[in-house]
Design a protein around this ligand. Structure first.
Ligand SMILES: [Mg+2]
Length: 308
């Protein structure tokens, strides 16, 4: 069964809130809040698809709350429909200018309330789907560069805050240009997909992140593992790719392989992500220089871990 969308109703009058709830609860999961403050709290934690917000409330009114919802990263994507009465028609324009998607007027006309709510829920779902798709590399099905660019700094800050080790890791398919020149781009694309699938199989924890960086390059971020553990995890991936036994161009190698470079660090606040990404890139360069099909890692103390 399809998951029901959640709607938050914020109205200082519980009679009014219950009336709206009774119109919508057949199709949606409804939460109500009787003050702007508790509404804001609910909106932050509740994963709502829509907020219905009363304009006139004591203390923080609907407009102030609307501004707050629009400012905060976790709530700014949630569409807000304002609730006004016929007497406050002049507020409607102000609400729409502030970013509300629509308004409904009291007294409620149930079919109109349902129609407007359904429309905005549909739009929200569509936007969420487009947003999800824009984060995925269509060829491999793994997160794309855009997703990586958004995720990497969050992961870095999380590691700094929790004082947990974070591993940054660059992958590259060995002599991929030769492969493409020999077997053609469609075959090359299949190799990229095979490597992505293999790597994803070893990076399944919620603290793991894996993305296509571009071309035949991938990037992985692992939270919470020490250097040795992350290094061993990448060695497994390197070996599994080799064991796929995808024949390479004769002048390149017997099988398709990957080179991997990484670094593990417990970030301090003054450390920069880019500095450590450069170190990971340097390790990848060393892996290539030392004959490819290798994992080379740097620890927090900049000691190098090599294979064999
Ligand atoms: Mg009110």
């Amino acid at each position: 069964m399809e998951k029901r969308d959640k709607i938050l109703i914020i109205d200082d009058s519980s009679v009014q809130a219950d009336m709206l709830k009774s119109i919508l609860e057949k199709d949606y999961d409804i939460t109500t809040a009787n003050t702007a403050a508790s509404g804001l709290h609910q909106a932050r934690i509740g994963k709502f698809s829509l907020v219905l917000l009363d304009v006139i409330m004591p203390g923080m009114d609907g407009f102030d709350l609307l501004k707050k919802l629009q400012e905060e990263v976790v709530t700014q994507q949630i569409p807000v429909i304002l609730i006004t009465s016929l007497a406050d028609a002049e507020y409607e324009e102000r609400g729409l200018v502030l970013g509300a998607v629509d308004y409904i007027t009291k007294p409620y006309h149930a079919p109109i309330v349902r129609a407007r709510v359904n429309t905005h829920i549909k739009l929200y779902r569509y936007r969420a789907q487009v947003e999800r798709q824009s984060m995925i590399d269509p060829m491999t099905g793994v997160p794309n560069r855009r997703s990586y660019d958004i995720t990497c700094h969050d992961k870095w800050q999380e590691a700094a805050r929790m004082q947990q080790p974070i591993s940054l890791c660059m992958f590259d398919i060995d002599r991929f240009k030769t492969y493409n020149d020999t077997f053609g781009h469609p075959a090359g694309d299949q190799v990229i997909c095979a490597v992505a699938t293999t790597a994803t199989g070893f990076l399944r924890r919620s603290t793991d992140f894996f993305a296509r960086y571009g071309g035949e390059e991938f990037v992985a971020i692992i939270l919470g593992s020490d250097a040795k553990t992350a290094f061993n995890q990448m060695k497994k991936i390197r070996r599994e790719v080799e064991k796929l036994h995808i024949a390479h161009a004769p002048e390149a190698a017997q099988w398709v392989t990957v080179s991997i470079g990484g670094v593990t660090v417990v970030p301090r606040l003054e450390d920069s992500y880019d500095t450590y990404l450069k170190i990971a890139d340097g390790m990848l360069y060393d892996a290539k220089r030392m004959g490819r099909n290798k994992v080379i890692w740097s620890t927090d103390k900049l000691e190098q871990l090599n294979e064999d």
